[in-house]
Design a protein around this ligand. Structure first.
Ligand SMILES: [Zn+2]
Length: 232
């Protein structure tokens, strides 16, 4: 099985991040600079007065995929749409440059995963919604969308932290409940909340949710003073 490796980053946010209300669009961007790390983008966006990096994912030219904002947060990447879209940004300036093959493939694999999470969402370029050249004349939009659509099998993703888990089917809430009940234990790196490293695959998350909803953890939940999943 192919694993889509998404690298977590530590960002220090200016303020707390708000959750998004819905996901109607997946918006593709370029960084408009030839070389920049996700931390460079984070600093630039802080300098804009924003909470921090505005994209949810950042794909480097070598095909490395980084997380930006937590998946469930509102972004700062497309005026008027931040509360209902996911932003994916490519390193580079595709107004002038030609995208390397590794980056193209990585964006397509990431897009395949994200469209799987939000099948109702429309994939667009930033310029389709705002007055901007982004993601640039040379951005291979059609090729990436086609590659993403024609890819084989589901993308296998691992979630390092609770905040990485999508909540559109209530997945994150269930995992949070299981962490509170100590059915899932993190590595203890976050004393204050549930920001421990848990490292669960998407399939493991799906299985845990399925078991939880079937009442498999109810005895333990009741023992911890937490409401069971199945009520009689
Ligand atoms: Zn853009």
């Amino acid at each position: 099985m192919r694993i889509l490796n998404i690298i977590d980053q530590q960002y220090s946010w200016r303020d707390s991040l708000a959750d998004r209300s819905t996901t109607d669009y997946i918006i593709l961007h370029h960084a408009a600079v030839s070389a920049a790390s996700p931390q460079d983008i984070h600093r630039m966006h802080l300098n804009n007065g924003w909470t921090g990096i505005g994209y949810h994912f950042y794909v480097a030219k070598d095909g490395t995929v980084y997380r930006g904002r937590p998946l469930n947060s509102a972004g700062a990447q497309c005026q008027g749409y931040n509360d209902r879209s996911i932003g994916i940004c490519a390193e580079g300036n595709y107004q002038y440059e030609i995208m390397p093959e590794a980056q193209k493939v990585a964006i397509a694999e990431l897009l395949r995963y994200v469209t799987g999470l939000y099948p109702q969402a429309q994939v667009v370029g930033h310029r389709d919604l705002n007055a901007t050249a982004c993601p640039g004349t040379n951005y291979p939009f059609d090729e990436i969308v086609t590659l993403a659509r024609e890819g084989e099998g589901a993308e296998m993703v691992r979630y390092q932290k609770l905040s990485d888990i999508p909540n559109d089917y209530g997945f994150r809430e269930v995992i949070e409940t299981l962490m509170n009940a100590k059915i899932i234990n993190g590595d203890g790196s976050d004393q204050a909340g549930n920001d421990d490293v848990i490292d669960l695959s998407h399939d493991q998350v799906r299985t845990l949710v399925f078991l939880y909803r079937g009442g498999a953890f109810d005895r333990k939940l009741i023992k911890e003073g937490i409401q069971p999943a199945v009520k009689d």
